[in-house]
Ligand binder design. Structure first.
Ligand code: HEC
Ligand code: HEC
Length: 317
């Protein structure tokens, strides 16, 4: 290297190293609060969650050496704080059994959808990847927590009556009130096409996801990064009942939720308008328009997928 060049570059290098070293002292604190009531689960289940999730979703965070170097450290601390606020396995044991089961179901569902552990984390921590076999162990455990079937006869009768009343009132039913964020109910969703159906394997609900013409066309043409304006999808949920013969069928209608694409109008909520109507009376969900924060935050893990969970089944339309 010519010495003039070396004289120019060397100080810059030294300064760079010095800045890097100083930055290491800018460390937001990350503590491990005591484990008050850990999730109660058999060891084989807990071990899987420990390896794959506890670094972010518990009070037992153990950072790898490369996670402790600034600036990576800043990102990791942020992730851990956010992750704990969403789900903390060290405190989950305080919740009632039904709530724990629901949370566990959501957790497994995030793994199954490829959203968790966070993809960037999976790349650096291959041991955290949940294998198919491990996923099967988790599913089996959550299914085993489901209350026994059979007590469902009365519920089935009630659901039949509900359906009969609903069918009789169809057409005459008044239009439901608008969602608190101003979005109007879209009765035409009943004519939209099914994109996917999912069944909660913990036997709580059956769900169908449907899309309007623009959404279905976008899927067919693989133009869903981003989804075109005008796309709309609905997720419809019924409770799931099992009769004495073991037949699974839909029970009471629970709710219908919509996402409606308009990248400008809904820029503040990630380009989608969010709305939910609950129960057969189709009561708009949410007090004030801030409820959309819940929707967006829970769809955040699939932000890379434009906030849409459902990987459409291609070639179906
Ligand atoms: C590197 C940190 C990290 C790891 C490891 C991780 N998560 Fe997360 N998780 C997050 C963050 C951050 C969020 C908040 C959503 C967002 O901002 O993307 C989140 C959100 C979630 C949510 C959504 C909770 C809600 O109701 O909004 C669930 C469920 C979840 N994680 C489950 C898991 C499971 C199960 C594992 C292990 C298989 C796991 N996570 C591993 C960081 C992590
Ligand atoms: C507890 C987490 C959670 C919350 C809160 C949530 N969602 Fe979702 N949503 C999901 C998951 C997971 C899916 C994927 C389908 C499935 O497994 O049911 C989904 C799917 C959907 C779909 C079908 C399109 C897609 O992304 O796959 C719509 C529409 C939807 N949600 C609307 C809403 C609206 C509106 C709200 C707020 C009122 C909301 N969601 C709140 C987790 C959540």
């Amino acid at each position: 290297m010519p010495s003039a060049f070396r004289r120019a570059v060397f100080p810059i290098l030294v300064a760079g190293v010095a800045v890097f070293a100083c930055l290491q002292f800018l460390r937001p604190e990350l503590t491990n609060p005591p484990v008050t009531s850990e999730l109660q689960a058999p060891p084989e289940v807990r071990n899987i969650l420990r390896t794959a999730c506890y670094n972010c979703h518990s009070n037992e965070t153990q950072l790898a050496w490369f996670d402790q170097i600034v600036p990576a450290y800043w990102l990791v601390v942020q992730d851990v704080k956010t992750a704990r606020s969403h789900l903390n396995f060290s405190e989950l044991g305080l919740q009632p059994a039904a709530k724990q089961r629901g949370v566990l179901y959501e957790a497994i569902s995030q793994v199954q959808l490829g959203a968790m552990p966070l993809p960037a984390y999976r790349r650096l921590h291959p041991e955290a990847v949940v294998t198919e076999q491990q996923l099967a162990v988790l599913r089996k455990y959550v299914s085993s927590l489901t209350p026994p079937a059979g007590a469902a006869e009365a519920a089935i009768a009630a659901a039949d009556q509900q359906f009969a009343r609903w069918a009789a009132a169809a057409g005459a039913a008044p239009k439901p009130a608008a969602s608190p964020n101003g979005i109007e109910f879209l009765p035409e969703y009943k004519n939209w096409k099914a994109i996917s159906a999912t069944e909660r394997f913990d036997n709580q609900s059956m769900r169908v996801i449907v899309g309007n013409e623009i959404a279905v066309k976008a899927i067919a043409e693989n133009r869903i990064h981003p989804w075109p304006d005008g796309s709309a999808m609905a997720k419809i949920a019924w409770s799931q009942l099992k009769d004495r013969a073991g037949q699974v069928r839909t029970g009471a209608f629970q709710q219908v939720e919509f996402i409606i694409r308009d990248s400008r109008k809904y820029a503040a909520t990630k380009g989608w308008g969010w709305a939910r109507w609950v129960g057969t009376e189709l009561k708009p969900y949410g007090k004030g328009s801030s409820f959309t924060g819940e929707c967006v935050s829970c769809h955040e893990p699939v932000s890379a997928n434009d906030y849409v969970y459902t990987a459409p089944v291609r070639g179906q339309q």
